[in-house]
Design a protein around this ligand. Structure first.
Ligand code: NDP
Length: 333
């Protein structure tokens, strides 16, 4: 599988180059808006080709797939161009800034018969899969509520467009609430119906929110509470799922690394739950490669990316207007 990277980004540098290679993918090209930055990235990671011309990159018949990790406003145009050139696409979240744009990307790939995936890494983790397994096997009975704790401190090297550029898709809601929406959907196997929310800027956000809290209504009647922030240095992350027969406490699991702990509490007592500690992004790539080879679906599909964005957009609208908002998932099924 031969990949091109669209975006000389931090996530590509820190995780995805290694993940692609660990899954025996070859990275043949990196694209940046700046030819100089692309060359520096290519040199650093021993990538043979670099440049700033998307059309030229996509005209290379040897490239099978692209990984898009530019700022969020660029995903749409780059994904549509890649699909038009017949490349499979792994796109970062949020897929786009609007539901229509995200839906258009997914629809285009589907019509072209190409694999389109969203890089929602949390559902690839052993910890989240273990929690999902506990719920699915009935260990906690009927799920009453899910609490998502995802208030972190945005490290200085990421405090650029995320905190000051609405045009680039900045703000904690497109950045982290989309992940939490995907986690809730993955764990509970259902899509939020409506949301109420508040958001604020608590020290970092300049023209975008840096903190959000929301409560989501689920079809089963379970309640979901979600908290995201860029300004909480010591809060720690985690999730709790509470059911009629037990509770699951997963600590430090809203993370990019295979860490954290899980405890199940029932009438029988407390039980530490072990889980697989594979690389989250490697698993995303493994499933993508398999999907391209005709073996199943990517870990998170394009539709998953559309739905997580739909929830995040509803959270932002609910917070902005101070009213309950029904989640609009659009017409992609
Ligand atoms: P970065 O800010 O590191 O990179 C985004 C873009 O910014 C790059 O593509 C690059 O543009 C440009 N850029 C990078 N360095 C510089 C620089 N020194 N000067 C000017 N421009 C620069 O973003 P992230 O890697 O944090 O995020 C990229 C995407 O990945 C986003 O969509 C984000 O939501 C997503 N993401 C997903 C994660 C996940 O776990 N799934 C985790 C982190 C991010 P160019 O390519 O033109 O050089």
């Amino acid at each position: 599988m031969r990949w091109a990277l669209i975006g000389a980004s931090t996530i590509a540098r820190q995780y995805m180059v290694g993940a692609i290679r660990a899954q025996h993918g070859e990275i043949s090209h990196v694209l940046s808006a700046s030819a100089e930055r692309a060359r520096a990235f290519a040199d650093e990671h021993h990538i043979p080709r670099s440049g700033n011309d998307l059309k030229e990159l996509l005209s290379d018949p040897h490239i099978d797939a692209v990984y898009i990790s530019t700022t969020n406003e660029k995903h749409l145009q780059q994904a549509l161009a890649a699909v038009k050139a017949g490349k499979h696409v792994l796109c970062e979240k949020p897929l786009a800034l609007t539901l229509d744009d995200a839906s258009a990307m997914v629809r285009a790939a589907r019509e072209a018969g190409l694999v389109f995936a969203t890089n929602h890494h949390l559902r690839c983790s052993g910890s989240h899969r273990a929690v999902r397994g506990l719920i699915a096997s009935g260990r906690i009975g009927r799920v009453l509520s899910l609490r998502l704790h995802h208030a972190v401190f945005l490290p200085p090297h990421l405090q650029g467009w995320r905190i000051n550029s609405p045009d680039a898709g900045g703000g904690v809601i497109p950045d982290i609430t989309v992940h939490d929406a995907d986690v809730a959907r993955f764990l509970l196997g259902e899509d939020p119906i409506s949301v109420v929310a508040q958001m604020t800027s608590s020290g970092l956000g300049e023209g975008v929110e840096d903190s959000a809290m929301s409560v989501w209504t689920m079809p089963s009647g379970a309640m979901v509470m979600s908290h995201e922030s860029f300004t909480h240095p010591f809060a720690g992350s985690g999730l709790e799922v509470h059911g009629t027969e037990g509770s699951i406490f997963a600590r430090d699991v809203m993370t990019q690394n295979p860490i954290g702990s899980i405890e199940l509490v029932t009438s029988s007592g407390r039980e530490v739950i072990c889980f697989d500690q594979h690389d989250l992004y490697g698993e995303s790539i493994r499933r993508f490669h398999a999907a391209v080879a005709g073996d199943g679906e990517p870990a998170a599909t394009g539709l998953d990316g559309v739905k997580s964005l739909a929830v995040a957009l509803a959270v932002r609208e609910a917070a902005a207007r101070g009213v309950r908002i029904d989640v609009n998932y659009g017409d992609v099924r």
